[in-house]
Design a protein around this ligand. Structure first.
Ligand code: PSZ
Length: 517
């Protein structure tokens, strides 16, 4: 059954809301269905949410049980998606429930479901060979790949970060960005001295000096991934970390600001100064223990941790401190990147003269990886005066090192962002949604507070964790799929194609839910 459906999809047959299989929905305005034509973009979309059962419904529950026979790690699955029927901003589940999706696969679908530009790219015969043959990019570079990188990724590179390394996921990008900082840091310390035999021997048994006692700084409330290395940088929820060994690395306070930001300027400035002072104090404390802090990693907005904001002043401060202490600075734009804050990267809005050294991405950019300054390139940090064949290259490496087929998707996504003026749309719709959330918290101050964000990357706090969970469940009964983050926040992560009329549907649903509480 499953294979059959996937084949149908790859043959570009999308099952429309009537359950018929026919030509792609966006080519036909099929009368009896509740698909309405939207003049631009080409894609049609449903005319609103439609709930048929509770969510998860009986079919979802049955399929989840079946899946559990072969995978005992599914307690977090919320419902089973009918991908073929999902379209644009609407996710459809196997019970026929159609929800306006403002969580979008954990903030990772930039154009919503089955966008024609993506379907077209996937079925373009010119792309077939790239989709069919996944190369090991580190050893057998496919002809045409350098041009793909130059044409697609380099044009969105942040100023000053002229190199890019693709990877497989956000955690994988952060792991390798961190590695590049450690290599750079050690190279600077070595100052051209040759690698010693002791270093080469000791690294093989995880001991210093070959495995240095360097540390990496991160912030309270951060999320940078769940792999063993990244987990020591992650501090948003206990459940991510419980029972896992962790490195003794410094964890600095992230500013706890008052919202709206522009009404608490003096207090917020003092709080950011307090955190910056603590960053420097921790660097000194660790250095005194012989545990140099080689770099730090920070999210522009702490997303999983509860949409915690800091101002450009704070990030400028971090840039100054890292430069003064000879440290690398990594900005994690895995969740903030891809246009949802109104610019391709949120850090584009900081206006730093000296940009961060590395910037990681994944999610909405579909391809994962990081941009980096040339001085942080692994090939520039090869130690001198050792047998060159032992160390040359090969320091940041794995089997795939990315996925060219996903680059095709990214090309279609970036073209669409431009053609459909989606960054402007994000700003416009974001303002409407944010204004609506502010009105909501004024109308229901006992339930909602702290509406905040940039573009459509928005959040609002609820009274407590239980209320937040209850509201997200009730929102589903109204046909809106909204995500949670932090201790008691609801987060908005719609597609870039989310329009003002979608925002009205969401705000209306919130109003209905709030009245019920
Ligand atoms: O619970 C989880 O494991 C989740 S839920 C959402 C994420 C993880 N986000 C992934 C993420 C991120 O938001 C930031 C800022 N940095 C790194 C990551 C890790 O990316 P993936 O999941 O692709 O490894």
């Amino acid at each position: 059954m499953f294979t059959c459906k996937m084949l149908k999809l790859s043959a570009n047959h999308i099952k429309n809301s009537c359950g018929r299989l026919n030509l792609p929905a966006y080519l036909h305005n099929t009368g009896p269905c509740s698909l309405t034509a939207v003049p631009k973009p080409r894609a049609q979309e449903y005319d609103g949410p439609s709930m048929k059962t509770e969510c998860p419904g009986p079919k979802s529950k049955e399929l989840m049980k079946r899946y559990e026979k072969s995978n005992k790690n599914i307690k977090h699955v919320q419902f089973v998606v009918d991908l073929a029927s999902s379209l644009g901003n609407y996710v459809v589940d196997v019970d026929g429930n159609r929800m306006l999706d403002i969580f979008m696969q954990i903030s990772s679908l930039p154009l919503g479901y089955n966008h024609p530009a993506i379907l077209d790219a996937m079925q373009d015969p010119a792309n077939l060979v790239t989709i069919a043959n996944r190369p090991a990019l580190g050893v057998n570079l496919p002809e045409g790949y350098p041009e793909i990188i130059e044409d697609i990724l380099i044009p969105i590179a942040p100023k000053g970060l002229e190199n890019v390394q693709t990877m497989m996921c956000g955690s994988c990008a952060n792991e390798n960005a961190m590695k590049q900082v450690f290599l750079w840091y050690k190279n600077n310390k070595r100052g051209g001295a040759p690698v010693t035999k002791e270093e080469m021997d000791s690294c093989m048994v995880n001991e210093a000096p070959g495995s240095p006692q360097f540390t990496f700084m991160s912030f309270n409330g951060s999320f940078h991934g769940r792999t063993i290395g990244c987990l020591s940088l992650t501090h948003s929820k206990m459940i991510h970390k419980l029972d896992m060994p962790a490195m003794d690395w410094p964890v600095a306070p992230f500013p706890s600001l008052k919202y709206p930001l522009d009404m608490h300027l003096a207090e917020n400035r003092a709080e950011e100064d307090r955190c910056l002072a603590e960053v420097q104090r921790l660097i000194d404390e660790y250095a005194a223990k012989g545990r140099d802090v080689a770099g730090l990693i920070v999210e522009p907005i702490q997303a999983e941790g509860g949409d915690n904001h800091a101002t450009p002043y704070f990030f400028q401060g971090l840039r100054n401190i890292t430069t003064q202490n000879g440290m690398g600075m990594v900005v994690d734009e895995v969740q903030t990147g891809g246009g949802c804050t109104g610019t391709i990267f949120a850090s584009d809005q900081w206006g730093l003269d000296n940009p961060p050294d590395l910037l990681t991405f994944s999610k909405k950019l579909t391809v994962a990886g990081y941009f980096y300054k040339t001085e942080f390139s692994p090939d520039q940090t090869i130690p001198q005066a050792v047998n060159a064949t032992d160390i040359k290259g090969y320091r940041v490496f794995n089997t795939w090192m990315g996925d060219p087929s996903k680059m095709i998707l990214l090309g279609a996504i970036l073209n669409t962002i431009k053609e459909e003026n989606l960054l402007e749309n994000v700003k416009e719709t974001g303002k409407i949604l944010n204004d609506g959330l502010v009105q909501l918290q004024e109308a229901y101050p006992h339930i909602f507070s702290k509406a905040r964000g940039h573009g459509t990357f928005l959040a609002i706090d609820c009274t407590d964790a239980n209320t937040a969970t209850q509201i997200s469940t009730l929102m589903k009964t109204q046909g809106v799929n909204v995500g949670l983050c932090g201790a008691k926040s609801l987060r908005f992560r719609p597609a870039l194609t989310f329009k003002p009329f979608h925002a009205d549907i969401v705000l209306d649903a919130f109003d209905k839910v709030a009245k019920k509480l």
